[in-house]
Design a binder for this molecule. Structure first.
Ligand code: ASP
Length: 333
């Protein structure tokens, strides 16, 4: 197990290097077939997010950061890109509906000061992450759900929108006519929850996570994505983590919180993501189609990613490189 001392030394060196403006001073190391962003002397800012639609989200987040914006604004603006994109079928507008044909959205956001906001089962609003931010900033609460969250959004000036696109209406009718029942299927490449983590030039970390959840889920079902500590957790002294995949498993193991706490103990982001996936495999005995993916970032700007099954991708943006990587996984096929 890596020692806490080693972690603190790495953090110090990373912070020092960033402070001295050592740009492009990191190395990508190939380890057991996957790229680890090994950033002993990272150049800030850095953005990391889940799936291939993370590339466009990273682009927007980095634009904010390169204009001297803060990580909190970057993560919100970044994931709004996926929320508004009808081609991203598991987030926001154009997302898959639940078993009654309604699109219901879950999202949360967490700031460097430890503040957090969240909405769940929110209908008719294009940008749940921005409603989550308003919950964080305008109420004494962390989470609003369903009808209450919707009314709050309207009070805050958000416009009601029909989130069900003709394509998704068709998909729903097809699913309904097939007589199939809901079954978790969380590894549809490029079509899953976006979780995005950013560290700004000051070294402050924020995160956001937003989703339409599992396709054809039970009406009223809430996944991991809006649950602070499950779908997302940020501790600005240590780092941040976020999840995608079958949310029930993440909720049962409080995966993102677990990863941050492991990093606090000295694990690298990569090691911590691997441990969190192993925890699920040991405790929950996953079914054959099971998938879960984590990404993480620490205060030194090091990042990690790991999944249960192959197929999980993440987007990493540092310096002038915004690239998509295949995550390592516990299962090899
Ligand atoms: N984690 C999301 C949920 O369980 C689904 C996903 O990432 O695709 O709602």
């Amino acid at each position: 197990m890596p020692s806490r001392r080693k972690f603190l030394v790495q953090t110090f060196i990373g912070g020092l290097a960033a402070g001295l403006g050592c740009r492009y001073a990191y190395a990508n190391t190939m380890l057991s077939g996957q790229i680890i962003h090994n950033t002993l002397a990272p150049s800030l800012p850095i953005v990391i997010s889940t799936w291939s639609h993370g590339i466009a989200a990273n682009e927007m987040a980095m634009k904010v950061l390169k204009n001297k914006g803060k990580s909190l604004d970057a993560v919100e603006q970044g994931v709004r890109v996926s929320e508004a994109d009808p081609l991203v079928e598991s987030v926001g507008y154009g997302g898959f509906p639940d078993a009654s044909g309604e699109v219901t959205l879950d999202a949360c956001i967490m700031a460097p000061d430890g503040n957090a906001g969240s909405v769940s089962c929110l209908k008719h609003i294009m940008h749940p992450v921005s409603v989550a931010r308003r919950v964080m900033e305008k109420t004494p609460h962390v989470m609003l759900t369903g009808e209450g969250a919707y009314k709050f959004a309207l009070d805050q000036g958000f416009e009601p929108t029909n989130l069900l696109t003709p394509k998704m209406e068709k998909a729903f009718q097809k699913w309904k006519n097939s007589g199939l029942r809901y079954a978790p299927n969380a590894n549809w490449e490029n079509h899953d929850t976006i979780g995005l983590l950013a560290i700004d030039e000051q070294g402050d970390i924020a995160g956001a996570c937003t989703t339409s959840g599992m396709a054809f889920k039970h009406p009223g079902r809430v996944g991991d994505s809006p649950i602070i500590g499950a779908g997302l957790f940020v501790d600005n002294e240590v780092g941040a983590a976020t999840a995608t995949g079958e949310g029930e498993a993440v909720m049962k193991t409080l995966g993102s919180f677990l990863i941050v706490e492991l990093m606090r103990q000295g694990y690298s982001p990569q090691q911590a993501c691997e441990q969190a996936v192993h925890r699920i495999a040991i405790k929950l005995k996953p079914h054959p189609n099971f998938q879960i993916g984590y990404i993480a970032m620490n205060k030194a700007g090091e990042t990690g990613a790991y999944a249960y099954a192959p197929g999980f991708q993440y987007a990493h943006y540092q310096g002038d490189k915004n690239e998509l990587y295949n995550s390592g996984s516990m299962q090899n096929h």
